[in-house]
Design a protein around this ligand. Sequence first.
Ligand code: GLU
Length: 320
Amino acid sequence: MNNTVGRFAPTPSGRMHLGNVFCALLSWLSARSKGGSIVLRIEVLDTQRAPRHFADLLEQDFRWLGLFWEEGGSFGGPNGSYYQSERTEIYLEYYARLEKMGLIYPCFCSRAELHSAEAPHMSDGRFLYTGRCRNLTEEQRKELQKTRKPAARVLVPEKTICFDDLHYGPQKEELHIECGDFVIRRGDGVFAYQLATAIDDALMGVTEVIRGNDLLSSSPRQIWLQQTLGLPSPEYGHIPLLTAPDGRRLSKRDGDLDLGALQKRFPGPEPIIGMLGYLAGLIDRPEPVKAEELIPLFSWDKVPKEDISMTAEMLNELQR
Ligand code: GLU
């Protein structure tokens, strides 16, 4: 094994679907093709939302797919716990550091206020925070606190974050213009994905993060948090999303493509891995293969950049 450490970071709120498997497969292949290892981290911050048995099922699903990992999940390891729901103390410690740096302020805005007409709208559908609660006085905060539980927002500086995406190449974001102050802890005390994931990737020694391009805009925030907290940043590589023939993103709603249904239809994972390997441009035809057979064939040059639309025939093949 060399020093590359990739990761699976699933949020098991249900059974894995084809899109999740595609992401896990490419994360695994990218690390394995360099002789690297894989960490499994279960990304559930709000324990009420995802019971533990989904995480256990997910491990069975990874094994069934032939996507083995070295550290994390129920195996544990030196950087555990690998369940975000058990890492609250760690997040609290880093949150306190940001607080000490004067970078956190309470935000009382309701959803409606955040999405109001005055809030600048980003091209990816996000709303840029107007900074409404940034300069409230102590009295105003006290008054508002009587009726609302504030979220905690982090004050972003005028700073440009640049990184070289393993797949999409050089990226650049002006944090204060394109992102704005963002929430790192919800009003109910649950830490936000951005904070938890930035900390965990760094503390778990992850050197490369491969994930869907819907999270491309999260990377500058995570890199900035790591820099601010004195933590190392991994490399990031984003991948195209799988879509249904009508262009809709495959999701948990496509229950007939989840691993429970697929395992009933197929005795082994090879036809599924073969189809995903084909969609990733690694093989010429969607023929059955084992995940490990794709390791020597993996290269970022072959992977498409545009989102990948599955054809009706492909879906029929998987749903038969
Ligand atoms: N937990 C996220 C998900 O399952 C992935 C987050 C990440 O890869 O950073 O969608």
